[in-house]
Design a protein around this ligand. Sequence first.
Ligand SMILES: Nc1ncnc2c1ncn2[C@@H]1O[C@H](COP(=O)(O)OP(=O)(O)OP(=O)(O)O)[C@@H](O)[C@H]1O
Ligand SMILES: [Mg+2]
Length: 341
Amino acid sequence: MISVAGVTKRYGPIVAVDDASFEVNRGEVVGFLGPNGAGKTTTMRMLTGTLQPDEGTILFDGAPIADHLTEAKSRVGYLPEANPLYDDMLVCEFLEYVARLRGMEPGAARPAISDAVDETGLAEVFFRPIGEISKGYRQRTGMAGAILHQPEILVLDEPTEGLDPNQRVEIRKLVNSLGSERTVILSTHVMQEVEATCDRLLIISKGSIAADGTVAELMDAGRGISRYTVEAAGDGVAEALCGLPGVADHVVTAVNGRVRVSLEATGDGELRPEIFRMATERGWVLWELRRERATLEQVFRELTTDDSGAGGGGSAADDVAAGGDSAAGAPDGGAAGEVAE
Ligand SMILES: Nc1ncnc2c1ncn2[C@@H]1O[C@H](COP(=O)(O)OP(=O)(O)OP(=O)(O)O)[C@@H](O)[C@H]1O
Ligand SMILES: [Mg+2]
C-alpha cells in the first residue's frame, strides 16, 4: 500500500533520512523504533505529505504522492510529535475547527465528530477546555482530530510520550482498536510499545533502516548476542571473565564478598562450559551461572549504537525507556519479548 523507495532528506548538512526504503501493507500496524534524532519524525512528515523528500519517491498504491498531494493528504491522519493543541479551546470546538480545516460541511462534520469521539472515548471531556484535561485525554483529542476525515492511514508520532503507565496502556489499547481497520505507522522509544501494538517494526538508526521485521524475526536476528550472569567468589574472577572471547560489554558488582559479573557476548558460541572449567581450575566457588537470550532491547542496542562513537549522539540504550521490566532479558527457553503489562 505504502512504498518508500530510496528516500533521502537533508536539513543543510544534516542527513536526517538517508536512502530509506520500506513497504507498509494495508491494515498493518508498523512501529518506527529509534533513538533521538534517528529520523523518525522526518520520515513521518514525508509520509503525510507535509515535507518533500530531496531524493526518492513515496507511493500510495503505486502512485507517487508528490503528484497527488491533496489526495494523499486526505488519505492520511497525522498525530504530530508533542500533539500541539489550543489550550483555550473546548474539545468540541477543536474538533469543529479541524473539520472546518478539512473543508467538511457542518452536515458531514457533526456525524464525523460524533464517530471520532465514540472511537477515541472522548465523550466525558467533550465540553471541557483542552487546557484542563489530562495528557491521556489530550492524546485522545489529537487522535480524534486525526481520524475525523476517516483516513485509511494513521501516522502517530510518539502517541504515548509523556503519559503515565496507566494512560500508556489505555492509549495502546486505543491504537490497537484504531489499527483494526486502518493502516497505522507509529513511532516510539519504548520497546514494550512495539511488542504490544505492532505487527512489524522498523528500527531506524541515523536516518537509515537498520532492521525490518516482526518482533520474533528481530529476536531471531539477535541470536548472536547473549548475556551471561556469573556470581562467584575467588581470585581474579572479574578480570578472567571479562577477558573471555566475544565479550563486548560487562558490568561488575560486589555482593556479600562475591563478585557478580554480567557479560554481553557476541557470536554464536556458548561460554558456560569455559566459565565452569575456569571456576574448577582456579578454585572459585560458583554461586550462579546463567545465560539469557537476547532481548529486543539488546537487538536494538546492537543495531543503533556505534562503538566507534562517530555521530551517535550518546548511547541509544539511554534513550530506550524499557521501563525496567524488559531490561533483564529472559532465561533460556523463557518468554523473551513477552509484554510485562
Ligand atoms: N527542522 C529541522 N532543521 C534542522 N535539522 C532538523 C530539523 N528537524 C530535524 N532535524 C535533524 O534531523 C535529524 C532527524 O530528526 P528527527 O526529528 O526526524 O528524529 P527523530 O527520530 O524523530 O528524533 P526524536 O526521537 O528525538 O523525536 C536530527 O539530527 C535532527 O536534529
Ligand atoms: Mg521525533
